[in-house]
Design a protein around this ligand. Structure first.
Ligand code: NG6
Ligand code: CA
Length: 515
């Protein structure tokens, strides 16, 4: 893929400035070997082919392209799962989500999946002396099962390693449609308490299926329950009017919170987990981005996401933090076009390929479900303009960043997380020896061969029009020759099937795979 010329020029232009600020830093004699700041920008439902440095042409993502130009771009990087909650659980804990039964897509009132005291990515960094924050989508549960949205919502992010949190509790399309800052609903008027139910509507509540005339965006499947800001959601809620988010302003709100955290913590090492809401449904980018692409709200949400990335990079620049900050960008699962709203994503897709050359997408065990963009930039430590084909998995971030920050993991911590620091920094192209993917069934990739377990359930998710990859027969693909997973070789090569199945069985039977 050709990188647009402008990025190279922008990057070359940046070298002089970088050298200068380096000299200035040396002159000030900073404390020896300060740990780098870490910013992890984690997008929602952005596919392998959705941004321009990964080949998209109908949407331009200059800020992401610039980030990639200043660092390394991975072509064989995987989210742990084809949906949000399990991917985020693995990212936060370094444990495969499928080891637990309760890590499916969570409703907004589900209890917190992690227990206080459990080793987590933020707790490891906190222990290393970092100030830690999560800003954006959470979707890992809150409380102990009976949340009082009007009181202290605990345990939550602040009990598992984050010093500061400003979160969307579940998803944009799930109630409650409010932000939680630390352990309180932000901007809540105590005289208008919030109630949430995933069972039945509240007396007097406006419900989407009963008031289609009030919908600004119609649903295509599901999303017919609480009617908030003219959009149908999943689940019911009452009250909390002053706390309700305005969908079109979420990008600005989250970006301001992220910037404020950076500004506030710039004197010491910080870790910012910036979990962008884009490009999950309902896709309602700010007016500034409406029409930014020919693809309607789904494309415009990508443009908005790129703006959010640009703002954070600018804040780092403005504060002289760029050279000492590792910035990463990735996504929680592959792309989906129609995820439940009539937002013209299907009609206006044109020849855009959200999953690039890969088959399937969100909800799929084919590679489109988990193969995602992953960019890393750390000036002076990661060479610019790099491309790595090394196999990477997000489950490895906990052990990798533990190594970066000089932390030793406890024996039972981050049990499936490998230290891939050299791969992340572009010093090694070996990568992980194997990767496990999760959707309905599990799959394992080793040496370019992919084995998909027999899976129950429909081959096509009719609502989203995604190929799930479910098949009652085992599947085997030679990804090097057949990256699109067209040619199932399982019947021809039963010995390779047996070998990969036994590796997967071994991973499943162990409680810890970390070396
Ligand atoms: C599905 C929702 C979908 C999305 C998804 C979670 C329906 C019909 N579909 O159940 O819109 O919210 O859950 O997405 O309700 S994720 O990225 O958070 O995993
Ligand atoms: Ca997602």
């Amino acid at each position: 893929m050709n990188r647009p010329q402008i990025n190279r020029r922008q990057f070359l232009g940046g070298i002089g400035a970088a050298a200068l600020s380096q000299a200035a830093l040396l002159a000030q004699r900073p404390p020896a070997r300060r740990l780098p700041n870490i910013v992890l920008i984690y997008a929602d439902d952005v596919g392998y082919g959705d941004i321009s440095c990964y080949g998209a042409t109908r949407v331009h993502t200059p800020n992401l392209d610039k980030l990639a130009g200043g660092g390394i771009r991975f072509t064989n990087a995987h989210a742990s799962s084809a949906t949000c909650t399990p991917s985020r659980y693995s990212l936060m804990t370094g444990q495969y989500a499928w080891r637990r039964k309760d890590t499916h897509i969570l409703p907004g009132d589900a209890p917190l999946l992690m227990r206080p005291g459990q080793t987590t990515l933020p707790s490891v960094l906190q222990h290393a002396g970092y100030r830690t924050a999560v800003v954006g989508k959470w979707h890992l549960g809150l409380g102990n099962g009976n949340i009082d949205w009007n009181g202290h919502i605990q345990p939550g992010p602040n009990e598992i390693g984050f010093d500061y949190s400003f979160i969307i509790p579940a998803t944009l399309d799930r109630v409650p449609c409010v932000f939680v800052e630390n352990d309180r609903v932000a901007n809540l008027d105590p005289k208008d308490p919030i109630r949430v139910s995933y069972r039945q509507p509240f007396p007097g509540e406006l419900v989407a299926r009963e008031h289609p005339e009030l919908l600004r965006m119609k649903y295509s499947h599901g999303h017919d329950q609480a009617l908030i800001n003219g959009v149908g959601r999943i689940g019911y809620m009452m009250g909390g009017k002053s706390a309700l988010w305005v969908d079109e302003d979420i990008s600005t709100t989250l970006t301001r919170k992220a910037d404020a955290f950076i500004e506030h913590e710039k004197a010491r090492p910080f870790f910012l987990y910036f979990a962008a809401h884009d490009i999950h449904v309902p896709r309602m980018p700010n007016q500034r981005f409406v029409g930014a692409t020919p693809m309607g709200p789904r494309g415009d949400a990508i443009a908005e996401l790129d703006w959010m990335v640009g703002q954070v990079l600018e804040t780092l620049d403005r504060n002289g933090l760029t050279n000492n900050t590792l910035v990463m960008f990735s996504s929680d699962n592959g792309p989906v076009v129609d995820d439940g709203y009539q937002d013209q994503a299907v009609e206006k897709l044109g020849d855009h390929k959200p999953a690039g050359i890969y088959r399937g997408g969100k909800y799929s065990i084919f590679d489109g479900g988990t193969r995602v963009p992953w960019i890393a930039r750390w000036p002076g430590h990661i060479k610019p303009d790099g491309i790595s084909d090394a196999m990477m998995s997000q489950v490895d971030l906990t052990a990798t960043l533990a190594a970066l920050s000089g932390q030793k993991l406890p024996d039972d911590g981050a049990p499936d997380s490998f230290n891939e620091l050299r791969t992340l920094l572009g010093e090694s192209s070996t990568g992980r020896p194997y990767v496990v993917e999760q959707s309905g069934p599990l799959a394992i990739i080793q040496d370019g061969w992919k084995y998909i377990e027999p899976g129950r359930g429909p081959k096509i998710n009719r609502a989203t029009n995604t190929e799930t990859g479910n098949d009652p027969q085992p599947q085997l693909y030679d990804l090097r020759k057949d990256p699109h997973e067209r040619n199932n070789l399982a019947a021809q090569d039963s010995s390779r099937v047996a070998q990969l199945r036994s590796l997967l069985d071994k991973v499943k039977s162990e409680t810890r795979t970390r070396p």
